[in-house]
Write a protein that binds this ligand. Sequence first.
Ligand code: HEC
Length: 242
Amino acid sequence: MAENGMDHASEKGYGQWHRRVFEGNAALFAIGATIAILIGGIVEIVPMFTPAGPEHSEAITPYTPLEVAGRDIYISEGCYLCHSQWVRPMRAEILRYGPWSRAWEYQYDRPFQLGSRRIGPDLHRIGNKYPDAWHYEHMRDPRSTTPGSVMPPYPWLLNGRIDAADVRASVVALRKTGTPYSDAEIAGVEESLTLQGGEIVSRLAGAGIETTPDRKIVALIAYLQRLGVEGKAALQAEGAEY
Ligand code: HEC
């Protein structure tokens, strides 16, 4: 083994005990490897069963039908490929995004949208950061609000429409996985869509933008504008510093 440049003396010393105890004894090596893997496994798994805080908070309400529709668009357009939804407990992140994300804020996120890459900024506290009209323009053409942005435009969201039957199906599916929607809420999906959509449409009209409550962009705005808002309010109410 000297030809690969390793220090001869130390290789010899290392080789002696390792070869004797492990490499020369397959059974002992297997046991040793198993113990090493078990220690690694326990270190990773045990923290998952010992939550550091509450897993549930009354402060978080389930997504409204319009927000569910917006969330479905967020997923189908692959926004999570460039955006995380997880403010980490680090000073730089807290200064930029606000309070770090708590586990209970995700209680109705099925599936969660933590994301794994940040080509764009984290979106977990994007709610209320910009007016609705900003999001409308940003989705139409990101470079119109943010010069030099590398985010792709999503102009089809401006004309595309959501389908109330699809939204109802999503809400019913979420109820099956544990989100507490009442029968009345499920029966009132259409009404709720028009009502909340109408509020966003009138705010957009105030900024000179004409659209209708059933547009995809309206649903996406409803979703983005609620992200992180309830959690942040609850944290501030309990006096959490960050
Ligand atoms: C190719 C990567 C990419 C994809 C995909 C993408 N974005 Fe972005 N996004 C960015 C980048 C980069 C920025 C920062 C520049 C800007 O504001 O446009 C950004 C910014 C944003 C912002 C403003 C954040 C802030 O705090 O200022 C929002 C909101 C946003 N994106 C929403 C979305 C939504 C919704 C989708 C899916 C429909 C999406 N993005 C898809 C890259 C991406």
